[in-house]
Design a protein around this ligand. Structure first.
Ligand SMILES: Cc1ncc(COP(=O)(O)O)c(C=O)c1O
Length: 398
C-alpha cells in the first residue's frame, strides 16, 4: 500500500460531522445547510438540452485532448474573458479539457512533482484541501502560507528561502476559497519572478473567477497577468477553470486547464495513462455553456442579491465584510469557531463550516481560527432566514 495514504488528513466535512454528532437542534426550525460549496442555482436549461441531444457520444471513446471544437470554444472564452491578444491561446498547444478542477488540481501535482528530490508544494492557508492531498500523494511536503489577517491573501514574504528553494509547485486560489480575496497584478508579478528564480510551477485555481460583484471589474487571472507583463509563452503557468460554479454545473464535471505549452504536453502525457478523457456528451454540453455569458451574468445577479440581503441583516451585530468575489462569507465569530458552529447548529439548525477545519495550525497560529465559512448557495429566502437566525445568535451571545 502507498504509505503516503496514511498522511492524508480527514476532510473538513468529516470533522464537521463529528462536531455535530449528538447535537439535537430544535425540530421546529428547518435545517439550513451553508457549509458545502455546492452551487444550488438551477443548471442552464439549454446546456441540459445539449447534453440530452448529444447522448450518442456515449457510444464512443473520447480522446484525452478533447475535440478541436471544445478547445476552440474554450480558447475563445478565455481570450475574451482575460483580454488576451488574438491567437495568444492556441487550442492545439495551450488547452486541455479536464473533468472539473478538483481532479485536475490533484493530477497536476502527480505530473509535476519530482519526489526524488526534497520536494515541497506550497499553498495558501486556509486552502482547498485537495492541494494538500495532491502534494502528499505525489511524495512532496506541503508548506502552508498563512493568509494575512488584513488583505486575506497568502503572505508570500513569510516564505523562507529554504522553502522557495525546494518549491516545485505553488497552488494559488484567486478568488480565494474561503476568503474571496483576489490576487492583484503586483502579486502575480512577484510570483512570476519567484517562479523564474526558483524554477517552480504556478497552478492557479480560478474556479470562482466568474462570481464577482462589479460587472466592470472581473477578477484578474494568471494568464491575463502574463499577457499584461509581456510573458507571451505563459512559462511555468497553468490555470484551472470550471463550469461548476460559473454555470451551476457541479455534476457535469467539466473544466479546463490552460497555460505553458510544455506543461500542457507533459500533463497530456500523464492524462493519457491516467485515463480521464472527458466524455463526448459532456464536451458538447460544455461547448454550449462556454459559448454563453447571459446565464453567467444572471447567476452573478442572484449571488449579488443574497450578499446584499445577508450583509444588511448581519452588519448591525457583527464585523462583516463583503468579499471581493466568490460565494462565501468568511465571517469573524469573535469566539472559537468550532464552539460558534456547534452552538449555531444546536440552537438554530444552521450549519456553517468552522474556519480552523479549512486551515492548518502553524507556528504563527491557525488562520482559520475564530472564523466560519458560510456558503451562500441556498435560495435567497433560506439565506435570509439563516442570516436572521445568526443575527439572533449574535444578539443573545452579547
Ligand atoms: C477552491 C476550489 N477549487 C476547486 C474546486 C473543485 O471544483 P470542481 O472540481 O467542481 O471544478 C472547489 C470546489 O468547491 C473549490 O472550492
Amino acid at each position: 500500500m502507498n504509505k503516503n495514504l496514511l498522511r492524508l488528513q480527514p476532510y473538513p466535512f468529516e470533522k464537521l460531522a463529528e462536531l455535530k454528532a449528538g447535537l439535537a437542534p430544535p425540530a421546529s426550525l428547518k435545517h439550513i445547510p451553508l457549509s458545502i460549496g455546492e452551487p444550488k442555482h438551477p443548471a442552464p436549461p439549454f446546456v441540459l438540452e445539449r447534453l440530452t441531444q448529444s447522448l450518442d457520444g456515449i457510444g464512443q471513446y473520447a480522446a484525452t485532448r478533447g475535440t478541436e471544437m471544445l478547445r476552440a470554444a474554450i480558447a475563445r472564452w478565455a481570450t475574451q474573458r482575460f483580454h488576451l491578444s488574438e491567437g495568444a491561446l492556441s487550442p492545439e498547444h495551450h488547452i486541455l479539457p479536464v473533468n472539473g478542477t478538483r481532479e485536475a488540481l490533484f493530477a497536476f501535482a502527480q505530473c509535476i512533482v519530482d519526489s526524488s528530490e526534497d520536494a515541497k508544494v506550497l499553498m495558501p492557508n486556509p486552502f482547498y484541501q485537495i492541494y494538500e492531498g495532491a502534494a502528499l500523494l505525489a511524495g512532496a511536503e506541503p508548506v502552508f502560507i498563512n493568509c494575512d489577517t488584513a488583505n486575506l491573501l497568502p503572505d508570500f514574504n513569510s516564505v523562507s528561502e529554504q522553502d522557495w528553494q525546494a518549491c516545485q509547485l505553488l497552488y494559488l486560489c484567486s478568488p480565494g476559497n474561503p476568503s474571496g480575496a483576489v490576487l492583484k497584478l503586483e502579486d502575480y508579478q512577484q510570483l512570476l519572478a519567484l517562479a523564474d528564480k526558483y524554477n517552480f510551477v504556478l497552478a492557479s485555481d480560478e474556479c470562482y473567477s466568474e462570481l464577482y460583484f462589479d460587472e466592470n471589474a472581473a477578477p484578474l487571472g494568471l494568464l491575463q497577468a502574463c499577457e499584461l507583463l509581456g510573458r507571451k509563452d505563459f512559462r511555468n503557468c497553468m490555470v484551472f477553470h470550471s463550469l461548476s460554479k460559473r454555470s451551476n454545473l457541479p455534476g457535469l464535471r467539466s473544466g479546463f486547464v490552460a497555460g505553458d505549452a510544455h506543461l500542457i504536453e507533459a500533463f497530456f502525457a500523464y492524462r493519457t495513462y491516467h485515463g480521464c478523457a472527458m466524455p463526448l456528451t459532456v464536451q458538447q454540453a460544455s461547448i454550449a455553456a462556454w459559448e454563453d455569458e447571459n446565464h453567467v451574468r444572471d447567476n452573478r445577479e442572484l449571488y449579488r442579491k443574497k450578499f446584499a440581503a445577508v450583509i444588511d441583516i448581519l452588519a448591525p451585530v457583527c464585523d462583516i465584510e463583503k468579499p471581493e468575489a466568490g460565494f462565501y462569507l468568511w465571517l469573524k465569530t469573535g469566539v472559537d469557531d468550532k464552539t460558534f458552529a456547534a452552538a449555531l447548529f444546536e440552537k438554530y439548525n444552521v450549519t456553517v463550516l468552522p474556519g480552523s477545519f479549512l486551515a492548518r495550525s502553524t507556528p504563527t497560529g491557525n488562520p482559520g481560527q475564530n472564523r466560519v465559512r458560510i456558503a451562500l448557495v441556498a435560495t435567497l429566502e433560506e439565506c435570509v432566514e439563516a442570516a436572521e437566525r445568526i443575527k439572533q445568535y449574535f444578539t443573545e451571545k452579547n
